[in-house]
Design a protein. Structure first.
Lengths: 164, 113
């Protein structure tokens, strides 16, 4: 009887002594899990931030290339213009491919601009082969509209941290 | 259904959506070519000469991947009418012809009063 009572008391004492340790272990485990998750989230955010900077840089370069093309078109430097259009198109395709989770409205904007750029390039290729006379104001007007689209996109990435 | 039939189907749907103002058409470098964009694809419609209409489906790189051409007298009348109507409505929307006409009428009416 005494042995049973002593045994129960020992178990209870064991529980009393062991419980705080167990609770502390759980808390530490939860803390380390939260810390790991927080570290992972911070790493993801840093990665996203870095990608945003790269995208922003590419968008800014694309706009600068568009402006350069407009200047070259005014000078009728057609052979150089064709190359610059190729560069611009590749930049835009790159932005799109490097951002697979791009927001639908941004995807649509870039898709529209890529098509506009290829149509501009086709037109300029005909001009450079002297198959057509250039309508420079029209070319620059269409190009300028597309640069506005890219600038708006860059602004939303820069100021709103938009998903692109 | 082959590619041409599917493109005509796309044209019919675009025609209906453009009439409801659910699709946005844009001008391009070519004054007779208009484009509308979805997330991954662009559709362009072009009037070539006086009586031919070309509809192209373009991929993510802007390249034409499927096309249909209809010429008056050679294509089926229904297909010709579909592309001809789509071209006209796309042109009117891209150039904002209706709002320009309404604006001018409104301004002229103001001047009279």
């Amino acid at each position: 009887m005494l042995a049973v009572w002593w045994g129960d008391l020992s178990s209870l004492a064991g529980l009393v002594v062991g419980l705080p340790g167990f609770i502390i272990t759980i808390i530490l485990l939860l803390k380390s899990k939260n810390a790991a998750e927080a570290a992972e989230a911070a790493a993801d955010e840093t990665k996203r931030g870095f990608e945003r900077v790269l995208t922003l840089t590419d968008l800014t370069t694309a706009v600068a290339t568009g402006e350069e093309i407009a200047r070259l078109q005014r000078k009728e430097a057609w052979s150089t213009v064709v190359d610059r259009y190729t560069h611009l198109r590749r930049l835009l395709i790159g932005i799109r491919e490097e951002n697979p989770n791009i927001a639908p409205e941004h995807k649509k904007a870039i898709q529209g601009t890529i098509t506009q750029v290829i149509l501009l390039q086709e037109k300029v290729e005909k001009v450079s082969m002297q198959a057509e006379k250039p309508d420079i104001p029209r070319l620059n007007s269409i190009l300028s509209n597309q640069m506005d689209v890219l600038e708006a996109l860059a602004a939303s990435v820069k100021f709103k941290g938009a998903r692109i | 259904m082959n590619d041409e039939e599917k493109l005509i189907q796309i044209a019919i749907q675009l025609l209906s959506k453009t009439r409801k103002d659910l699709v946005n058409w844009e001008e391009t470098a070519d004054p007779t070519l208009f484009q509308t964009t979805m997330e991954d694809y662009t559709v362009t419609i072009d009037k070539v000469g006086g009586s031919r209409f070309d509809l192209h489906l373009r991929n993510q790189k802007g390249r034409a991947i499927a096309s249909v051409q209809v010429r008056e007298g050679t294509a089926s009348t229904t297909n010709y009418n579909t592309l001809s109507n789509l071209y006209e409505i796309a042109r009117r929307q891209a150039l904002k012809i209706d709002s320009a006409l309404d604006d001018v009428i409104s301004k002229l009416s103001e001047d009279e009063t």
